[in-house]
Design a protein around this ligand. Sequence first.
Ligand SMILES: *Cc1c(COP(=O)(O)O)cnc(C)c1O
Length: 335
Amino acid sequence: MSIQANAPQHVSALAPYQPGKPVSEIAREFGLDEASIVKLASNENPLGMSPKAREAMFAAAAELGRYPDPNGFDLKSALAKRYGVPAEWVTLGNGSNDILELVAHAFLVQGTSSVYAQFSFAVYALATQATGAKSVVVPAIDFGHDLNAMLAAIDETTRVVFIANPNNPTGTFLTGTAIEAFLAAVPKRVVVVLDEAYNEYLEPADQYDAMALVRRFPNLLVSRSFSKAYGLAGLRVGYGIAQPELTDLINRIRQPFNVNTLAQAAASASLFDEKFLKFGAMASRLNTELLRRGVIVRPVGNYGLPEHLRISVGTAAENAVFLRVLPQAMQAASN
Ligand SMILES: *Cc1c(COP(=O)(O)O)cnc(C)c1O
Protein backbone atom coordinates (compact mmCIF):
# COMPACT_ATOMS: atom_id res chain seq x y z
CA MET A 1 0.00 0.00 0.00
CA SER A 2 1.61 3.32 -1.02
CA ILE A 3 1.64 6.34 1.24
CA GLN A 4 -0.24 8.30 -1.44
CA ALA A 5 -3.00 5.72 -1.50
CA ASN A 6 -3.32 5.99 2.27
CA ALA A 7 -3.95 9.74 2.18
CA PRO A 8 -7.57 10.84 1.92
CA GLN A 9 -8.58 11.47 -1.68
CA HIS A 10 -9.34 15.14 -1.00
CA VAL A 11 -5.72 15.62 0.13
CA SER A 12 -3.97 13.78 -2.71
CA ALA A 13 -6.15 15.68 -5.20
CA LEU A 14 -5.05 19.10 -3.86
CA ALA A 15 -3.19 21.38 -6.29
CA PRO A 16 -0.86 23.48 -4.11
CA TYR A 17 -1.04 27.30 -4.02
CA GLN A 18 1.10 28.88 -6.75
CA PRO A 19 2.95 31.73 -5.05
CA GLY A 20 4.75 34.52 -6.94
CA LYS A 21 8.24 33.24 -7.78
CA PRO A 22 11.00 34.54 -5.48
CA VAL A 23 13.62 36.85 -7.03
CA SER A 24 16.43 34.40 -6.16
CA GLU A 25 14.72 31.60 -8.09
CA ILE A 26 14.37 33.65 -11.29
CA ALA A 27 17.97 34.82 -10.97
CA ARG A 28 19.12 31.18 -10.82
CA GLU A 29 16.76 29.95 -13.53
CA PHE A 30 17.52 32.65 -16.13
CA GLY A 31 21.06 33.65 -15.09
CA LEU A 32 19.97 37.20 -14.15
CA ASP A 33 21.40 39.63 -11.62
CA GLU A 34 19.09 39.68 -8.57
CA ALA A 35 19.40 43.46 -8.30
CA SER A 36 18.00 43.88 -11.83
CA ILE A 37 14.84 41.88 -11.15
CA VAL A 38 11.55 43.63 -10.45
CA LYS A 39 8.98 41.56 -8.54
CA LEU A 40 5.39 42.62 -9.02
CA ALA A 41 3.80 39.23 -8.42
CA SER A 42 2.71 39.10 -4.80
CA ASN A 43 1.16 42.45 -3.80
CA GLU A 44 4.07 43.09 -1.48
CA ASN A 45 4.91 46.53 -0.12
CA PRO A 46 8.01 47.70 -2.04
CA LEU A 47 8.86 50.08 0.82
CA GLY A 48 9.15 47.26 3.34
CA MET A 49 8.30 47.81 7.00
CA SER A 50 8.17 51.03 9.00
CA PRO A 51 11.39 52.07 10.76
CA LYS A 52 9.59 51.69 14.11
CA ALA A 53 8.67 48.11 13.28
CA ARG A 54 12.26 47.37 12.32
CA GLU A 55 13.56 48.76 15.61
CA ALA A 56 11.03 46.79 17.65
CA MET A 57 11.90 43.64 15.74
CA PHE A 58 15.63 43.98 16.36
CA ALA A 59 15.02 44.65 20.05
CA ALA A 60 12.83 41.55 20.27
CA ALA A 61 15.58 39.42 18.69
CA ALA A 62 17.21 39.34 22.15
CA GLU A 63 14.33 37.15 23.38
CA LEU A 64 14.43 34.55 20.63
CA GLY A 65 15.69 31.82 22.93
CA ARG A 66 12.22 31.78 24.47
CA TYR A 67 8.88 30.81 23.00
CA PRO A 68 6.66 33.62 21.76
CA ASP A 69 3.78 34.90 23.90
CA PRO A 70 1.09 32.34 23.03
CA ASN A 71 -1.66 34.87 23.74
CA GLY A 72 0.00 37.77 21.93
CA PHE A 73 -0.91 40.11 24.79
CA ASP A 74 0.80 43.25 23.49
CA LEU A 75 -0.35 42.93 19.91
CA LYS A 76 -3.92 42.03 20.87
CA SER A 77 -4.03 44.99 23.24
CA ALA A 78 -2.74 47.29 20.49
CA LEU A 79 -5.34 45.98 18.02
CA ALA A 80 -8.10 46.24 20.61
CA LYS A 81 -7.17 49.86 21.29
CA ARG A 82 -6.82 50.71 17.60
CA TYR A 83 -10.19 49.23 16.62
CA GLY A 84 -12.21 49.71 19.79
CA VAL A 85 -13.03 46.05 20.44
CA PRO A 86 -12.22 43.84 23.46
CA ALA A 87 -8.84 42.08 23.19
CA GLU A 88 -10.71 38.78 23.70
CA TRP A 89 -12.28 39.24 20.26
CA VAL A 90 -8.91 39.12 18.51
CA THR A 91 -7.26 35.98 17.13
CA LEU A 92 -3.69 36.28 15.87
CA GLY A 93 -2.56 34.28 12.86
CA ASN A 94 0.61 33.25 11.07
CA GLY A 95 -0.48 35.62 8.33
CA SER A 96 -4.20 36.10 7.76
CA ASN A 97 -3.91 32.93 5.66
CA ASP A 98 -3.69 31.11 8.99
CA ILE A 99 -6.95 32.75 10.14
CA LEU A 100 -8.72 31.61 6.95
CA GLU A 101 -7.52 28.06 7.55
CA LEU A 102 -8.49 28.09 11.22
CA VAL A 103 -12.05 28.99 10.27
CA ALA A 104 -12.11 26.29 7.58
CA HIS A 105 -10.81 23.64 9.99
CA ALA A 106 -13.16 24.68 12.76
CA PHE A 107 -16.30 24.37 10.64
CA LEU A 108 -15.74 22.29 7.52
CA VAL A 109 -15.71 18.50 7.22
CA GLN A 110 -16.73 16.10 4.50
CA GLY A 111 -20.41 16.55 3.70
CA THR A 112 -20.38 20.31 4.41
CA SER A 113 -19.53 23.17 2.06
CA SER A 114 -18.16 26.69 1.75
CA VAL A 115 -19.42 29.38 -0.61
CA TYR A 116 -17.16 31.90 -2.32
CA ALA A 117 -16.99 33.87 -5.58
CA GLN A 118 -15.31 32.92 -8.83
CA PHE A 119 -12.02 34.88 -9.18
CA SER A 120 -11.74 35.39 -5.42
CA PHE A 121 -8.61 34.66 -3.36
CA ALA A 122 -7.16 31.18 -4.10
CA VAL A 123 -6.77 30.22 -0.45
CA TYR A 124 -10.55 29.81 0.03
CA ALA A 125 -10.52 26.87 -2.38
CA LEU A 126 -7.40 25.34 -0.83
CA ALA A 127 -8.55 25.72 2.76
CA THR A 128 -11.91 24.18 1.88
CA GLN A 129 -10.50 21.27 -0.10
CA ALA A 130 -8.00 20.43 2.63
CA THR A 131 -10.92 19.60 4.93
CA GLY A 132 -12.73 17.36 2.44
CA ALA A 133 -15.66 19.78 2.27
CA LYS A 134 -17.21 20.93 -0.99
CA SER A 135 -16.56 24.32 -2.62
CA VAL A 136 -19.56 26.12 -4.05
CA VAL A 137 -18.07 28.66 -6.44
CA VAL A 138 -20.52 31.40 -7.40
CA PRO A 139 -20.00 32.96 -10.86
CA ALA A 140 -18.65 36.52 -10.68
CA ILE A 141 -20.34 39.60 -12.05
CA ASP A 142 -17.98 42.20 -13.48
CA PHE A 143 -15.13 40.14 -11.99
CA GLY A 144 -16.52 40.68 -8.48
CA HIS A 145 -18.81 39.07 -5.91
CA ASP A 146 -22.47 38.54 -6.86
CA LEU A 147 -23.85 38.77 -3.32
CA ASN A 148 -27.42 37.87 -4.32
CA ALA A 149 -26.25 34.74 -6.09
CA MET A 150 -23.99 33.89 -3.13
CA LEU A 151 -26.95 34.21 -0.80
CA ALA A 152 -28.99 31.93 -3.06
CA ALA A 153 -26.12 29.40 -3.09
CA ILE A 154 -26.26 28.94 0.70
CA ASP A 155 -27.97 25.65 1.61
CA GLU A 156 -28.15 23.37 4.65
CA THR A 157 -24.61 22.06 3.99
CA THR A 158 -23.09 25.57 4.02
CA ARG A 159 -20.86 26.31 7.01
CA VAL A 160 -18.65 29.17 5.80
CA VAL A 161 -18.88 32.01 3.26
CA PHE A 162 -15.67 33.75 2.21
CA ILE A 163 -15.75 37.33 0.88
CA ALA A 164 -12.62 39.29 -0.13
CA ASN A 165 -13.10 43.05 0.03
CA PRO A 166 -11.34 44.50 -1.87
CA ASN A 167 -10.87 41.32 -3.86
CA ASN A 168 -7.58 39.75 -4.90
CA PRO A 169 -6.81 39.28 -7.82
CA THR A 170 -9.48 41.40 -9.52
CA GLY A 171 -9.51 44.46 -7.23
CA THR A 172 -13.30 44.70 -7.05
CA PHE A 173 -14.94 46.39 -4.08
CA LEU A 174 -18.26 45.95 -2.23
CA THR A 175 -19.73 48.87 -0.28
CA GLY A 176 -20.34 48.60 3.44
CA THR A 177 -24.06 48.90 2.74
CA ALA A 178 -24.02 45.90 0.40
CA ILE A 179 -22.08 43.83 2.93
CA GLU A 180 -24.40 44.79 5.77
CA ALA A 181 -27.47 43.79 3.75
CA PHE A 182 -25.82 40.47 2.88
CA LEU A 183 -24.96 39.75 6.53
CA ALA A 184 -28.52 40.54 7.60
CA ALA A 185 -29.83 37.95 5.14
CA VAL A 186 -27.34 35.12 5.83
CA PRO A 187 -28.60 32.42 8.26
CA LYS A 188 -27.04 32.99 11.71
CA ARG A 189 -25.54 29.47 11.78
CA VAL A 190 -23.34 30.23 8.73
CA VAL A 191 -19.97 31.86 9.43
CA VAL A 192 -19.06 34.74 7.14
CA VAL A 193 -15.36 35.56 6.74
CA LEU A 194 -14.85 39.11 5.51
CA ASP A 195 -11.27 39.11 4.26
CA GLU A 196 -9.98 42.68 4.37
CA ALA A 197 -6.30 42.15 3.49
CA TYR A 198 -6.39 45.42 1.50
CA ASN A 199 -8.54 47.49 3.86
CA GLU A 200 -5.78 50.04 4.49
CA TYR A 201 -5.72 50.94 0.79
CA LEU A 202 -9.34 52.10 0.66
CA GLU A 203 -10.10 55.77 0.13
CA PRO A 204 -11.55 57.30 3.32
CA ALA A 205 -14.91 57.68 1.52
CA ASP A 206 -15.03 53.91 0.87
CA GLN A 207 -14.15 52.89 4.43
CA TYR A 208 -17.05 51.35 6.33
CA ASP A 209 -17.24 50.43 10.02
CA ALA A 210 -16.32 46.75 9.93
CA MET A 211 -16.11 46.64 13.73
CA ALA A 212 -19.74 47.78 14.01
CA LEU A 213 -20.61 44.84 11.77
CA VAL A 214 -18.68 42.47 14.05
CA ARG A 215 -20.56 43.84 17.05
CA ARG A 216 -23.90 43.31 15.30
CA PHE A 217 -23.28 39.88 13.71
CA PRO A 218 -21.97 37.05 15.95
CA ASN A 219 -21.38 34.90 12.84
CA LEU A 220 -18.97 37.42 11.25
CA LEU A 221 -15.18 37.24 11.35
CA VAL A 222 -13.19 40.10 9.83
CA SER A 223 -9.64 39.12 8.85
CA ARG A 224 -6.81 41.55 8.19
CA SER A 225 -3.14 41.34 7.40
CA PHE A 226 0.17 43.01 8.23
CA SER A 227 1.59 41.69 4.94
CA LYS A 228 0.33 44.31 2.54
CA ALA A 229 0.10 47.96 3.64
CA TYR A 230 2.31 47.37 6.70
CA GLY A 231 5.03 45.65 4.69
CA LEU A 232 5.55 42.66 7.02
CA ALA A 233 4.85 39.84 4.52
CA GLY A 234 7.99 37.90 5.40
CA LEU A 235 7.21 37.87 9.14
CA ARG A 236 3.76 36.26 8.68
CA VAL A 237 1.25 38.02 10.88
CA GLY A 238 -2.45 38.70 10.48
CA TYR A 239 -5.53 38.68 12.69
CA GLY A 240 -9.21 37.94 12.88
CA ILE A 241 -11.81 39.88 14.85
CA ALA A 242 -15.06 38.20 15.89
CA GLN A 243 -17.34 37.88 18.89
CA PRO A 244 -16.26 35.51 21.71
CA GLU A 245 -18.22 32.41 20.68
CA LEU A 246 -16.59 32.27 17.25
CA THR A 247 -13.20 33.41 18.56
CA ASP A 248 -13.24 30.67 21.21
CA LEU A 249 -13.91 27.98 18.60
CA ILE A 250 -11.11 28.92 16.24
CA ASN A 251 -8.66 29.28 19.13
CA ARG A 252 -9.26 25.65 20.10
CA ILE A 253 -7.45 24.51 16.98
CA ARG A 254 -4.86 27.28 16.82
CA GLN A 255 -1.25 26.22 17.38
CA PRO A 256 -0.22 27.77 20.71
CA PHE A 257 2.83 29.56 19.23
CA ASN A 258 1.51 30.34 15.76
CA VAL A 259 2.81 33.94 15.67
CA ASN A 260 6.53 34.33 16.28
CA THR A 261 8.19 36.84 18.61
CA LEU A 262 9.62 39.09 15.87
CA ALA A 263 6.29 39.26 14.07
CA GLN A 264 4.41 40.20 17.25
CA ALA A 265 6.92 42.94 18.07
CA ALA A 266 7.01 44.43 14.57
CA ALA A 267 3.24 44.32 14.15
CA SER A 268 2.60 46.03 17.50
CA ALA A 269 5.06 48.81 16.65
CA SER A 270 3.75 49.38 13.13
CA LEU A 271 0.10 49.56 14.13
CA PHE A 272 0.32 53.12 15.36
CA ASP A 273 2.89 54.30 12.83
CA GLU A 274 0.33 56.25 10.83
CA LYS A 275 3.13 58.31 9.36
CA PHE A 276 4.39 55.26 7.53
CA LEU A 277 0.96 54.03 6.45
CA LYS A 278 -0.43 57.30 5.08
CA PHE A 279 1.29 58.95 2.15
CA GLY A 280 -0.86 62.01 2.74
CA ALA A 281 0.52 63.12 6.08
CA MET A 282 4.04 63.11 4.71
CA ALA A 283 3.55 64.82 1.34
CA SER A 284 5.60 67.87 2.26
CA ARG A 285 8.40 65.83 3.86
CA LEU A 286 8.44 63.58 0.81
CA ASN A 287 8.73 66.64 -1.42
CA THR A 288 11.84 67.72 0.51
CA GLU A 289 13.39 64.26 0.35
CA LEU A 290 12.79 64.05 -3.42
CA LEU A 291 14.42 67.47 -3.88
CA ARG A 292 17.46 66.29 -1.88
CA ARG A 293 17.76 63.45 -4.41
CA GLY A 294 17.49 65.75 -7.41
CA VAL A 295 13.86 65.16 -8.36
CA ILE A 296 11.51 68.14 -8.52
CA VAL A 297 7.79 67.45 -8.14
CA ARG A 298 4.91 69.80 -7.36
CA PRO A 299 3.27 70.14 -3.95
CA VAL A 300 -0.37 71.12 -4.48
CA GLY A 301 -1.29 72.50 -1.07
CA ASN A 302 -2.31 75.76 -2.79
CA TYR A 303 -5.05 73.77 -4.56
CA GLY A 304 -6.36 72.66 -1.19
CA LEU A 305 -4.63 69.28 -1.60
CA PRO A 306 -1.98 69.29 1.16
CA GLU A 307 -1.81 65.48 1.17
CA HIS A 308 -0.93 65.13 -2.52
CA LEU A 309 1.97 65.69 -4.87
CA ARG A 310 1.59 66.28 -8.60
CA ILE A 311 4.20 64.37 -10.57
CA SER A 312 4.56 64.91 -14.33
CA VAL A 313 5.38 62.05 -16.66
CA GLY A 314 8.93 62.62 -17.93
CA THR A 315 11.07 60.77 -20.44
CA ALA A 316 11.60 57.06 -19.78
CA ALA A 317 15.02 57.90 -18.30
CA GLU A 318 13.58 60.64 -16.05
CA ASN A 319 10.79 58.36 -14.87
CA ALA A 320 13.34 55.68 -14.07
CA VAL A 321 15.33 58.10 -11.90
CA PHE A 322 12.17 59.12 -10.06
CA LEU A 323 11.12 55.54 -9.45
CA ARG A 324 14.60 54.63 -8.25
CA VAL A 325 14.79 57.37 -5.62
CA LEU A 326 11.12 57.22 -4.55
CA PRO A 327 11.48 54.31 -2.07
CA GLN A 328 14.52 55.95 -0.38
CA ALA A 329 12.74 59.28 -0.26
CA MET A 330 9.60 57.71 1.22
CA GLN A 331 11.64 55.80 3.78
CA ALA A 332 13.43 59.01 4.77
CA ALA A 333 10.19 61.01 4.86
CA SER A 334 8.56 58.51 7.20
CA ASN A 335 11.43 58.65 9.74
C1 LIG B 1 -2.48 38.53 0.70
C2 LIG B 1 -3.87 38.11 1.03
C3 LIG B 1 -4.17 37.36 2.16
C4 LIG B 1 -3.16 36.69 3.04
O1 LIG B 1 -2.20 37.47 3.49
P1 LIG B 1 -1.25 36.99 4.68
O2 LIG B 1 0.11 37.30 4.19
O3 LIG B 1 -1.45 35.53 4.92
O4 LIG B 1 -1.69 37.80 5.84
C5 LIG B 1 -5.48 37.08 2.45
N1 LIG B 1 -6.46 37.50 1.65
C6 LIG B 1 -6.22 38.22 0.54
C7 LIG B 1 -7.37 38.65 -0.29
C8 LIG B 1 -4.92 38.53 0.18
O5 LIG B 1 -4.66 39.18 -0.94
